[in-house]
Design a protein around this ligand. Structure first.
Ligand code: HPA
Length: 288
């Protein structure tokens, strides 16, 4: 068993407990935006103003990632005029956790008050025209994970039993993100993210399948967190950094080093884009 506080307390109560702990530590700070920073992007939160950091180890239900490049702490502060709460690093299902466990922190961000969740990740490109380093706004996703974040009894205080997924990635916020990118001269593609269990990268045969079913980028995270954010009524923006072309496209073998090297190369562009999006969310009153 995982010994997650959810099992002892129930999901709703465990979310409230973690939210209470953070609120207390952060002296009543109420975030407007929650950011989940994927591989190589964590440093974005190091530049928050009036920042307060809390290690996952000090928060009930938050688990430090075992993956190189993921820090494992929460940072609260201001950025581009928005009150933000950022996860520097996340856990993945392939580390041995259920979808419920990996999505738990996202629930806490929403419970604390975040109305918009911005989720980022590193992903393999399925579209052969996209070179490594391409940024992709997530238009929609396909869930190929073998567990679901909402499996089990539903607590109506958190959200409905059967959430609609028609506008999972808020269309008006996708327009906002595209305009924010254009305003900074940043090239932003748009496409469908598919979540695969990992931790192996896909086989070339799987890559063909994923291309056939309409996916543009493949990764091992994001979907559980997005699902719970939508379950709780937050609006979601998702951005993938295409760190490599998926297996079999060029014939080259894949490595985590390539993933982190590309993420590092694109980091300042990605941060500029996130800043521009936050600025637009504030300017347009989307998080007022
Ligand atoms: N596949 C799955 N996940 C990934 C990849 C990939 O090619 N690159 C970065 N994360």
């Amino acid at each position: 068993m995982s010994n997650h506080p959810t099992e002892r307390l129930g999901l709703y109560e465990a979310v409230q407990l973690a939210a209470h702990t953070i609120r207390h530590d952060a002296k009543g700070f109420v975030p407007q935006v929650g950011l989940i920073l994927g591989s190589g992007l964590g440093a974005f939160a190091d530049q928050f103003e009036n920042a307060k950091a809390i290690d996952y180890a000090d928060l009930p239900g938050f688990i430090p990632s075992t993956v190189h490049g993921h820090k494992g702490r929460l940072v609260l502060g201001e950025r581009a005029g928005a009150r933000c709460i950022a996860m520097q690093g996340r856990v993945h299902m392939y580390e041995g956790h259920s979808a419920l466990t990996v999505s738990f922190p996202a629930r806490v961000l929403v419970a604390l008050g975040a109305k918009v969740i911005i989720v980022t990740n590193a992903a393999g490109g399925l579209n052969p025209k996209w070179p490594p380093g391409t940024l992709m706004l997530i238009r929609d996703h396909i869930d190929m994970l073998r567990d679901h974040a909402l499996r089990g009894p539903n607590d109506d205080r958190l959200g409905p039993r059967f959430p609609d997924m028609t506008k999972t990635y808020a269309p008006e916020l996708r327009s906002l993100a595209k305009e924010a990118a254009a305003g900074k001269g940043i090239h932003l593609e748009e496409g469908v993210y598919v979540a695969m269990p990992g931790p192996t990268y896909e086989t070339p045969a799987e890559v063909k399948m994923l291309q056939t079913i309409g996916a543009d980028a493949t990764g091992m995270s994001t979907v559980p967190e997005v699902v719970v954010a939508r379950h709780m009524g937050a609006r979601v923006i998702g951005i993938s950094c295409i760190t490599n072309q998926a297996a079999g496209i060029t014939g080259a073998e894949l490595s985590h080093d390539e993933v982190t090297a590309t993420a590092a190369r694109v980091r300042t562009t990605f941060e500029t884009l996130l800043d521009a999006i936050l600025g637009q969310l504030v300017a347009r009153g989307e998080i007022a």
